[in-house]
Design a protein around this ligand. Sequence first.
Ligand code: GDP
Ligand code: MG
Length: 163
Amino acid sequence: ALPVVTIVGRPNVGKSSLLNSLAGEMISIVESTAGVTRDRVSTLVELNGRYVELVDTGGYGIVDEGELTRHVEEQINNAVAMADVVLFVVDIRDGIMPLDQDIAQMLRKHDLDVILVANKADSPKQLGSAGEFQRLGFGEAIPISATNFVNRAELLEKVSDNL
Ligand code: GDP
Ligand code: MG
């Protein structure tokens, strides 16, 4: 079977944008507001000469905090069940949010290869802010911009290294 790379993270950090960016086309629906109901989306992507299945985990009709927590737990469970590599996406402009910490805690319970990705680093001066995410316990975050293709090659390299 092909290696599975699953993208997890709280709503609105840019998971779907990252999938589209890595796939090189518009596959997953990008929403400007968090919590729109949609199905999980997966696609085959060539990463440095190798095919992987890239899985986006989306919103499942999030209406309140409890719902949000269940949604995240569902994501993590899916990631654990299927993934060879997890891309854990955070928002470099927001810094560490409580839900990021919840996700980190859930991911740590499992023996997974986790690559921490700090998205929305659109401009060079934001790259330095990636350091604080080390506190999440998955090493240094790679600052990227899904929309501006910042560090795209570096991320692909890192994924390939973990396959
Ligand atoms: P998801 O809920 O995690 O799947 O997030 P989406 O991919 O739907 O993106 C949420 C919002 O963040 C959308 O308005 C995107 O256009 C925006 N977004 C995603 N990636 C980036 C990025 O690299 N830079 C900026 N500035 N905005 C981004
Ligand atoms: Mg999404």
